[in-house]
Design a protein around this ligand. Structure first.
Ligand SMILES: CC(=O)N[C@H]1[C@@H](OP(=O)(O)OP(=O)(O)OC[C@H]2O[C@@H](n3ccc(=O)[nH]c3=O)[C@H](O)[C@@H]2O)O[C@H](CO)[C@@H](O)[C@@H]1O[C@H](C)C(=O)N[C@@H](C)C(=O)N[C@H](CCC(=O)O)C(=O)O
Ligand SMILES: Nc1ncnc2c1ncn2[C@@H]1O[C@H](COP(=O)(O)OP(=O)(O)OP(=O)(O)O)[C@@H](O)[C@H]1O
Ligand SMILES: N[C@H](CCC[C@H](N)C(=O)O)C(=O)O
Ligand SMILES: [Mg+2]
Length: 500
């Protein structure tokens, strides 16, 4: 609980010009705020309502319904029409994204500053790297909270996530709960959307990781440079108060290095990097090699598959060393980390079968290519790739993904991902536009039928890769979310194959 006056005092003067306060504001200043709300529908008595500008509406326009639900006051964009003085406390603000983040951090008393925080950004590898960091840190007896695409969890608690990076109020509430539950460390995925919308403002990071930048989200960002600038914000002094860990193998990573003072680079092969690997041997059961770090060189072994996962584990070890974790202990933990749900996850059935099936979350051109390349050495027969592209998301990546699937797989099955409000057939056409006429993909709009067709038609020794949805246990058709899980679908098809 905190008084409205105290919360407003945390805001920089340029955001909450006191000169605009009227008698309604002054009379609400001593009221205790018991919660924060950004949705008028879920606003409770005692809350402070913050009206967020969105793509469809300005939440500020709903201040009356929030006040009716018991909100003590509403903070809204300056353009929002306000009530007559004396009727309700509605205070105009300059930048609601910033206001919301600053207020949330203050309300929860800056939890990130009571923990050692690691932020991970980049197009691909955030979920995998944050899981690795959580695992290494917990193995080294450091109680660690993890916030990301899959869930928010800390010792004794786990909840499903709705976004890769929560909105400011949820974020600060979760960090506060994690810290109170004993987490000394926190690791989180930070999306470019979150940085552009300032959801993470008020958080301070001891370590920030940059994995890579390749095409995605061009529905939201103007171009790749704009996307990069959003990611680069994490490495500015506003957020980073420690060491940057940056991928030297990525061209945008090399650009970022020029801008940061305290940086360790990592590379899967370049000995100029601070952390790098050599003598790598890839096998179906994982990878092994030598790990070179600022704390010495050690042999390592990991059950993870693919060169990109070596990059992820380098980033994770770098984060650990930056926070003074023991290298030997981390290397021991690496050998036991089995992977992340829905990332290169093998679908197994009993009795085992003569084909392999993998479910992976590749939903960008780069990750699709990496996944197919990583699997190739282990394919005895044909490599069959089942995939689609999400609706209401970057359309320009669709033909690129089509071209990549056709180049790197032996057979392609184009199907739906989450069509959302787009016409599923049109999404398929966008993907097919990138596939050369000489290739004859199977086109099946129903993902269930597509997975079944791929698995039932596979020949002994074939390798079926089902990409795009990974851990997701739903499919979004229109505005409806139905239960759908690639792993369950593959299991069922494998059983059917056994009996046919
Ligand atoms: C593009 C984007 O980020 N959109 C976000 C935006 O939605 P919007 O603009 O449609 O919102 P809106 O409907 O206009 O409403 C604006 C505000 O008014 C409020 N409102 C609205 C109506 C009402 O009656 N009362 C009321 O209070 C709403 O609660 C909201 O705060 O504001 C909403 C609330 O703040 C967000 O939920 C929504 O995220 C949507 C769901 C989303 O899917 N975002 C994705 C793209 C995203 O952020 N993804 C990244 C990961 C990307 C990666 O892979 O790297 C993430 O971090 O998850
Ligand atoms: N370092 C990496 N570089 C390139 N591709 C990767 C890397 N790590 C994982 N991948 C591929 O990208 C897919 C998504 O990985 P992951 O979930 O770790 O990424 P993410 O950055 O969290 O994605 P999102 O933005 O959706 O949260 C994986 O299934 C794999 O195919
Ligand atoms: N975080 C990603 C997830 C994409 C997952 C894919 N299955 C899709 O629906 O496009 C995004 O919001 O673009
Ligand atoms: Mg993720």
């Amino acid at each position: 609980m905190v008084k409205l006056r105290a919360l407003l005092a945390q805001l920089p003067a340029e955001l909450s010009a006191e000169s605009t306060w009227n008698s309604s504001t002054h009379s609400a200043l001593e009221t205790e705020i018991t919660g924060l709300a950004t949705n008028s529908w879920t606003c409770k008595p005692g809350d402070l309502f913050m009206g967020m500008p969105g793509t469809r509406v300005d939440g500020g326009d709903f201040w009356a319904s929030a006040i009716e639900s018991g909100a003590v006051a509403a903070l809204v964009s300056a353009q929002v029409p306000r009530p007559e003085e004396g009727t309700a406390c509605v205070i105009p603000m300059t930048d609601m994204n910033r206001v919301c983040a600053e207020v949330a951090a203050a309300f929860y008393d800056y939890p990130s500053q009571k923990m050692q925080m690691v932020g991970v950004t980049g197009t691909n590898g955030k979920t995998t790297t944050t899981h690795l960091i959580e695992y290494l840190f917990n193995h080294c007896q450091k109680a660690t909270a993890l916030l990301g695409t899959l869930y928010a969890r800390w010792p004794g608690h786990e909840q499903t996530a709705t976004h890769t990076t929560p909105f400011a109020v949820d974020l600060q509430q979760q960090l506060s709960a994690a810290q109170k539950a004993g987490s000394e460390y926190g690791v989180m995925e930070i999306s470019s959307h979150a940085l552009a919308q300032q959801r993470v403002l008020g958080c301070k990071f001891s370590v920030a990781v940059f994995s890579n930048l390749t095409q995605d989200h061009l529905d939201y960002h103007k171009d790749l440079d704009d996307y990069f600038e959003a990611k680069a914000l994490l490495f500015s002094p506003t957020y980073l108060q420690g060491r940057a860990i940056v991928n030297l193998d990525d061209s945008y990573g090399r650009r970022l290095i020029e801008r940061v003072d305290s940086v360790w680079t990592y590379s899967t092969e370049n000995s100029d990097a601070d952390l790098w690997t050599s003598d790598l041997v890839y096998a179906p059961g994982g990878v092994q090699g030598q790990l070179h770090t600022p704390s010495g060189t050690v042999p390592f072994q990991s059950p993870l598959v693919g060169q990109f996962n070596v990059a992820n584990l380098l980033a994770a070890v770098g984060a650990g060393l930056a926070l003074e974790l023991d290298l030997e202990m981390m290397v021991q933990a690496l050998s036991q980390f089995l992977g992340v749900p829905g990332r290169m996850e093998q679908v197994a059935v009993v009795p085992s079968q003569d084909i392999s099936v993998i479910v992976d979350y590749a939903h960008t051109p780069d990750s699709l290519e990496n996944m197919l390349k990583a699997a190739r050495p282990f394919v005895k027969g044909q490599m069959i790739c089942v995939f689609g592209c999400g609706g209401d998301r970057d359309r320009t990546k669709r033909p690129l993904m089509g071209g990549i699937a056709a180049s790197f797989a032996d057979q392609v099955v184009v199907t739906s991902d989450n069509p959302r409000t787009e016409d599923p057939q049109q999404i398929l056409q966008d993907v097919l536009a990138g596939i050369d006429d000489s290739v004859q993909p199977v086109v099946e709009v129903d993902r269930h039928a597509a997975i079944q067709a791929a698995i039932l038609k596979a020949q002994p020794g074939d390798f079926v890769l089902i990409a795009g949805k990974g851990h997701e246990d739903y499919q979004i058709l229109g505005t409806e979310k139905i239960h759908f899980d690639d792993r369950e679908e593959a299991q069922a098809a494998l059983k059917q194959r056994l009996n046919s």
